[in-house]
Design a protein around this ligand. Structure first.
Ligand SMILES: O=C(CO)COP(=O)(O)O
Length: 251
């Protein structure tokens, strides 16, 4: 499976960030293109400009959240259809910061994943346990609950990506051991196969996210059933983001 290296810029980036994005598109050369798919999810304010800049470079764009409805009286929200119109091909749903900052529950995340599909976007559905849940030995149970509650009713590898992001690893510099990552990714793979059948479940990409850096990317990306990375802080600079992409194993 070709790895997907995805950058989540979160609430960072202004018009001036176009220069950094240009460094990413120009650095995504034939070698990197053969190695991995590259996705940047900037704030929605920058999608239109980045679409123009991305041109034919192959760098894909995504949103960071979407509303469940296509349009209507929802001040401040953005629909999946609007993201697609602005140049997105992907949208992150259920990020832990959305779950904690905006109280998004599994059913809401599921509705967002289904809205993404309706609009023709690939949903990057995030799940992950908190530090307290891991300390309490509840990691696997939490992951199963989140998957059962938030996976869309129908999916294909072309409409769904799952991202395992332990909440305690996000922005902390901490990462799980490779054995812990493997355990959770194996569990997710099994659940995807149960849910959608092997022909689909075996081909849905499962990303790891949480403090991915150039220094640990090769080790994390080499883990079985890790089909790419969802990168926060290190996706803001082209040098780091491209170094992570270059660590993806050759397919
Ligand atoms: O939340 C993340 C990506 O969605 C991970 O963020 P960091 O890479 O900054 O830990």
């Amino acid at each position: 499976m070709k790895p997907l290296i995805a950058g989540n810029w979160k609430m960072n980036g202004t018009a001036a960030s176009g220069r950094e994005f240009d460094l990413m598109t120009s650095g995504y050369d034939a070698d990197l293109q053969a190695r991995c798919d590259l996705l940047v999810c900037p704030p929605a304010t920058l999608l239109g400009a980045f679409r123009m800049r991305a041109g034919g470079t192959g760098v894909r764009l995504g949103g960071q959240d979407c509303h469940v409805k296509p349009c209507g009286a929802h001040t401040g929200d953005i629909s999946a259809e609007m993201l697609r119109d602005a140049g997105a091909e992907f949208v992150i749903v259920g990020h832990s910061e959305r779950r904690s900052d905006h109280g998004e529950s599994d059913p809401v995340v599921k509705a967002k994943a289904m809205a993404a599909r309706r609009a023709g976007l690939v949903a990057v559905l995030c799940i992950g346990e908190t530090a307290e849940e891991r300390r309490g030995g509840r990691t696997l149970a939490v992951i199963v609950d989140q998957l059962e509650g938030s996976l869309p009713d129908e999916a294909t590898p072309e409409t769904l990506v799952v991202a395992y992001e332990p909440v305690w690893a996000i922005g902390s510099g901490l990462t799980p051991t490779v054995d812990d990552v493997a355990e959770v990714h194996d569990l997710i793979r099994g659940k995807l196969v149960d849910r959608y059948g092997a022909a689909i479940g075996d081909r849905i990409r499962i990303l790891y996210g949480g403090s991915v850096k150039p220094s640990n990317a090769a080790e994390l990306l080499a883990v079985e059933n890790v089909d790419g990375a969802l990168v926060g802080g290190a996706s803001l600079t082209a040098a780091d983001f491209l170094a992570i992409a270059a660590a993806a194993p050759r397919g």
